[in-house]
Ligand binder design. Sequence first.
Ligand code: NAD
Length: 279
Amino acid sequence: MATVPTITLNNGVQIPQLGFGVYQVPPAETATAVQTALEVGYRHIDTAQMYGNEKGVGEGIRAAGVDRGEIFVTSKLNNGFHARDDALRAFDQSLADLGFDHLDLFLIHWPLPGIDVDFVETWKAMEEIYRSGRATAIGVSNFHAQHLGRLFAETEVRPAVNQVEIHPYLVQDDLRAFDAEHQIVTEAWSPIAQGKVLDDPAVVRVAERTGRTPAQVTLRWHVQRGDVVFPKSVTRSRVEENFALFDFQLSEDDMREISALDRGERTGPDPETFNHVPR
Ligand code: NAD
């Protein structure tokens, strides 16, 4: 089994560069999907309170019989829980649902810049959680440079990661450079744009040249750029395909051809205007 490289976060914690994402995996199917991923070799799971499937993640990990200590688990604070006390309670609920005594990484899912709770307050609650030792690292998701700049100016702990939408149609080079300049690791969500990039002629050309699939060359493009990825699939053959990224390389020309597909196209909401809070 190929070894997945790890990346060192700004507090010394190691994160596997490839993980398994469970967004849109129905709660009843999550335990089986996670167990399959662990059997294939994944040791990093990306979930969120919003996905409603943390219980399944915990069950799948226990069913696979892999030591908790060998698995890197991320969850994210749901929208609607940004006030300090709500954030602390929601974190406790995540641990209870997962059946764990700690998370490897806990993120603010969205900045929600238009709501009446300032995300700086939320980050201070994240710092409390971090200092309690129950989250080994903390970070953010969907934060832009100006949101991060406020955290740098008004809080103490530097986020370890920023998880944002990135794929060949949205390469996000400015935000990635900003993260890197501030020792923040970038994680790429929807790395294959939920499948949309897979029949792009350029991606197909690179796949034919390398003898790999469109999903593999797209995921390999992320890996060579240095980002963390966690593609989602509930189909075992695809889960295996998406794991086989470490026995080939893309040339500089291959990399350039895929990067040239950038057209600023999002599959998800724009963090500047997304302020949805569940009722
Ligand atoms: P993705 O880019 O991983 O695409 C997943 C879809 O692509 C699957 O539903 C499947 O239909 C298809 N697919 C997967 N592997 C394939 C293969 N080998 N061949 C053909 N088709 C394949 O999209 P995603 O699930 O949105 O993103 C991945 C993960 O990122 C999520 O599961 C979640 O953990 C995370 N995420 C985070 C946020 C956030 O706001 N922080 C938002 C979206 C996703």
